[in-house]
Design a binder for this molecule. Sequence first.
Ligand code: AGP
Length: 608
Amino acid sequence: MCGIVGYTGARQASEVILDALEHLEYRGYDSSGIAIHEADGIHVEKARGRLQVLRERTDNGAKLPGNVGIGHTRWATHGEPSDRNAHPHASAGSRVVIVHNGIIENYLPLQEFLAAQGYTFHSQTDSEVVANLIDYHYHGDPVEAVRAALVQIKGSYALGVLFTDHPDLIVAARKNSPLVIGLGEGENYIASDIPAFLKYTRRIVRLRELDVAVVRANGLEIYDPFGNPVPYTEEHVEWDVSAAEKGGYEHFMLKEIYEQPRAIRDTISPRVVEGKIELGLQSLDEARIRSLKQIYITACGSSYHVGMVGRVFMERLLHIPVRVELASEFRYENPLVDADTLVLVISQSGETADTLAALREAKRLGAYTIGIVNVVGSAIATEADEVLYTWAGPEIAVATTKAYNTQLSVLYLMTMSLARMLGRMEDTTYAEYLQQLAQLPDLCEKLLQDTSHIQYLASLCFAKDDIFFIGRNLDYALALEGSLKLKEISYIHSESYAAGELKHGTISLIQPGSLVIALCTQKRLLERMISDIRTVKARGAMVIALAEENTPFIQDVADHVITLPAHADFVAPSLSVIPLQLFAYYVAALKGCDIDKPRNLAKSVTVE
Ligand code: AGP
């Protein structure tokens, strides 16, 4: 949510900043703005709507020729999307100009305090107080001013700050909101995420929580919260620019759907060494595993749906009770978590505020925590006791696809590894499962070879107002994911139901012409699903079933069938989600939706 960038160097900063902001569009935004140091002070331009509007207002940046500046894409929380509320915000008197991502929880008392000192406010945002508060503390030293202001701020922030008196530098700081620094030759960058500046540099520094950075064209200084200079470590980003570009696909989402075989392979193969799973978790030894009384999985959205699949698989193999909780509910539930509990925290971004809060609550209660995270060095990855990375590579589309599938892969590996340590998995079953996992990327590739039938079905369905997904057990978790994928990008209303619940109320929604997608990938539940299909068909529904090839009777009862290549039961969720992702994608494409950046949604939800 919200994107921050900053540039200082020899180039025209506005051009670099506009380009960098485009690479952060996936985070979700409704307005944008830019501030550039010019000979006569800092110039600010802001615009509601797409970045194109800002481009037009600045003549593609040409109206702002300076070399140092900051930019922002805003996702409204406090105050409507408007030119006035867009960032950057200047202090009264314009000595300080800021861009902010996060939420200032105590902005009202701060506003009152500053108003009493004579400061005026022009927007409805919480962020404007930051500009004035820094100005209030400014007596010539930018770092001191920012440090002093941050002491008074409650909430979360990633900040980029310009000072009129110091035209050569940007001050940056963060707390519970992502911010990375990019190091170039005679130029440096700040950004909410690496793709913003990846085409210019792969050398990065991750700013630690509460530290303050001073970024100049030829130097970087970082200070701890007490003002002491601290050393920093430079990292090299391994993935290249093409990983964060569309590479010929019309949308990032489609590209990422097609990247799944590679992503799954990259996540599984380095962890299987000579027929044995090596997770590299230093602190998860046999004694700890044997002491576990329960496992909690907590996450949001699609990552939560992965947790639902994980629960079934874990309970089957480990015989340990597993609970799955929405992270946004977890900490309000007084969870019965203690030192004998393993809490798995799943997050693509590693920055989701609710998930991070759940992780912190679990740690406070003494639980042992493992993060399953895609973004290296993110908050959840850093704060969990251990982290298992999903090697999906950068995921840009708001709707997650490849990250979802790699999260599942990590859960399979982890469960099998624990089952083995507990002596609950026979050698032969272990070897068999490993073989099936090794084949999974090829099966995904096979599935992706011909998508014409799914495109055809999408063309039959894109004008529907409601679409129902039903399934049992693992297919219920899949139904939730298929339905979420469809509604988030196509804006079609969709419901997902455990098929057995139909007769307890949902069936009243089914009428002639209703579209029901029936997920039938669990062989042992086939008879029940066939009877559920007959039940909705008897009320006039059109049914698309999803089932393994050669599944008996399905062709006779459903109107259309999407078939999956023959596979082992336990990998069904990884395979069967792919046609649902494609279905959602093609429906949204036929409706002309903004697939990679659906309305009102953000890729990283960094507010609670
Ligand atoms: C998925 O398509 C969604 N965009 C969303 O539900 C997402 O999974 C959720 O916000 C959690 O994000 P995270 O995995 O980055 O924590």
